[in-house]
Design a protein around this ligand. Structure first.
Ligand code: GAR
Length: 217
């Protein structure tokens, strides 16, 4: 079995790259078939082209209203028939209808230890709050922003010398290992979304699986 995957992104696409690299390894069951972006110039689309998968740009301003834009995205996705929708730096909120259509098959990665710091600008907020830990969360997407059942987290210790840039670099390095790993669990049929929790190997994850920065590399 392979996992037909469409990656939605808005920016540099380093997480897409990590997924493409993982998919190229012999034992992988990941099958990334397309990247779709709301930004025509997104560097992630160039990565998709280089890897020989479809690169689809659908900027919002090419459509008269949000409804017709999301309608076109939904139609393109249906044509691609993905097993999984993978949000990787996609800076838009998925409408409830899409969350419902792909229920249990949409994943997101968010740069914080959810439920702490949903939304934007997490690095600055972590520093301002004086948090000792920061990190990233892979979770199922539901219509509630950054609040779907969490699956796995990687955490890093915030040092005195850290600034937003150094935190971002360390968190993203964790993401590039964590996200492909979770996607492989999905491709192996080990991961599901239950009513309230994510489920791994048939058991509810009452807490997300936690990896320390040092354990991932
Ligand atoms: C990632 O760090 C991801 O966690 C974050 O955007 C970055 C995209 O980087 N996502 C969010 O902030 C979503 N709220 P990339 O384009 O290089 O993969």
């Amino acid at each position: 079995m392979s996992l037909r995957t469409v990656v939605l992104l808005s920016g540099t696409g380093t997480n897409l790259q990590a997924i493409l690299d993982q998919a190229a390894s012999e034992e992988s069951r990941l099958d990334p078939v397309a990247a779709l972006s709301d930004r025509a110039g997104a560097q992630g689309l160039e990565r998709a082209r280089r890897a020989g998968i479809a690169a689809i740009a659908l900027p919002r301003d090419g459509f008269p209203d949000a409804r017709s834009w999301w309608g076109e995205i939904a139609a393109r996705l249906r044509a691609l028939a993905p097993d999984a929708l993978v949000l990787a730096g996609f800076m838009r909120i998925l409408p409830a209808e899409l969350c419902e259509e792909y229920k249990g098959r949409v994943l997101n990665i968010h740069p914080s230890l959810l439920p702490k710091h949903p939304g934007l600008d997490t690095y600055r907020r972590v520093l301002e709050a004086g948090d000792r830990w920061h990190g990233t969360t892979v979770h199922f997407v539901t219509h509630k922003l950054d609040a779907g059942p969490p699956i796995a987290q990687a955490r890093i210790r915030v040092g005195r010398e850290d600034d937003a840039d150094s935190l971002r670099a360390r968190v993203q390095a964790c993401e590039h290992v964590l996200y492909p790993r979770v996607l492989e669990w999905m491709s192996q049929g080990r991961l599901a979304m239950g009513d309230r929790h994510a489920m791994l190997d048939g058991s509810d994850l009452l807490e997300p699986l936690m990896f320390e920065e040092g354990e991932l590399f």
